[in-house]
Design a protein around this ligand. Structure first.
Ligand code: SPV
Ligand code: MG
Length: 290
């Protein structure tokens, strides 16, 4: 079964796919262990992992390699955040071919111009491409997929750019007309109002994807009440959890002059061995090493 088919099956069965952000194969494995349906191969998380801003600095190759490794290790469908598609429609043709081969189930492409600026930053430059240009990019994505089940998500940044609901709806309708399977609408409002108004006004057939980072009051239960949502992305909680945990641990070791105090608070070495599959290594040593 292809990755895209697997994603579509979960969507059909559950009505809502819940994806957790990841920046590494290990974080993707932990998301799978926690019971999420899919992995969000977040550009923000990977950029942060490299210690650089999410402004098209991380290359397609870096993100693609991580997508492949996360799909391989987690076994979950991966929702690949390909930002602007790394250029124009010609770049999109190449990118989609590569991401499908890397095992991505879903491709999310946003209607900002390359190089992009991260969406949630206060006062960020949020330059958009023309609607017709983005329709060409969606058509290129559709033309490049070999598997008809690979899900193409068009993400509009109209609300992020402050262009308002009418522009967001106009773009979403145009992107659905160009063949997008799903529409992601992003907002940085501190409450769900803006997004809920959009969802109520949405008159298309395509399900909506949300990333409620800025408006954490949006729970799974509330999303289900909205009916039209097909994909819920917890956008950056793997990297933020890591930053918090590492900071606290490092500070405590410095303060206490040793590692004795943190011992009971962090994962055991055996726990990490288990994640790495060391028990299988031991079994295989018995079987094959002579
Ligand atoms: C990401 O996680 O890379 C996203 C979501 O695109 S956001 O950072 O909120 O734009
Ligand atoms: Mg992103």
């Amino acid at each position: 079964m292809t990755a895209g088919r697997k994603f579509r099956d979960v969507l059909a069965r559950k009505g809502l796919v819940e994806a957790m952000a990841s920046h590494s194969p290990l974080s993707a494995m932990l998301a799978a262990e926690a019971g999420f349906d899919a992995i969000w191969a977040s550009g923000f998380e990977l950029s942060a992992m490299y210690g650089v801003p999410d402004v098209s600095v991380v290359s397609m190759t870096q993100h693609l390699d991580m997508t492949r490794a996360m799909a391989d290790r987690s076994g979950l469908p991966v929702v690949a955040d390909i930002d602007t598609g790394f250029g124009n429609a010609i770049n999109v043709l190449y990118a989609v071919e590569q991401y499908e081969r890397a095992g991505a189930a879903v491709i999310v492409m946003e209607d900002k111009s390359f190089p992009k600026v991260t969406s949630l930053i206060a006062g960020g430059r949020q330059d958009m491409v023309r609607i017709e240009e983005f329709q060409g990019k969606i058509e290129a994505a559709r033309a490049a997929r070999r598997d008809p089940d690979l899900v193409i998500v068009a993400r509009t940044e109209a609300l992020i750019a402050g262009l308002g609901q009418e522009e967001a709806l106009k773009r979403a309708r145009a992107y659905e007309a160009a063949g997008a399977d799903m529409i992601l609408v992003h907002s940085k409002q501190k409450t769900p109002d803006e997004i809920e108004a959009f969802v109520r006004a949405w008159d298309g057939k395509a399900p909506i994807a949300l990333v409620p980072t800025a408006y954490p009051q949006m729970t799974v239960a509330r999303v289900k009440e909205l009916k039209k949502i097909g994909l819920l992305i917890w956008g950056n909680h793997a990297i933020r959890a890591s930053v918090g945990a590492m900071r606290a641990t490092f500070a405590q070791i410095r303060k206490e002059g040793g590692i004795h105090g943190v011992e009971s608070q962090i994962a055991t070495v055996d726990d990490v061995f288990e994640l790495q599959g060391m028990s299988a290594v031991k079994d295989n040593e018995k079987r094959f090493l002579r």
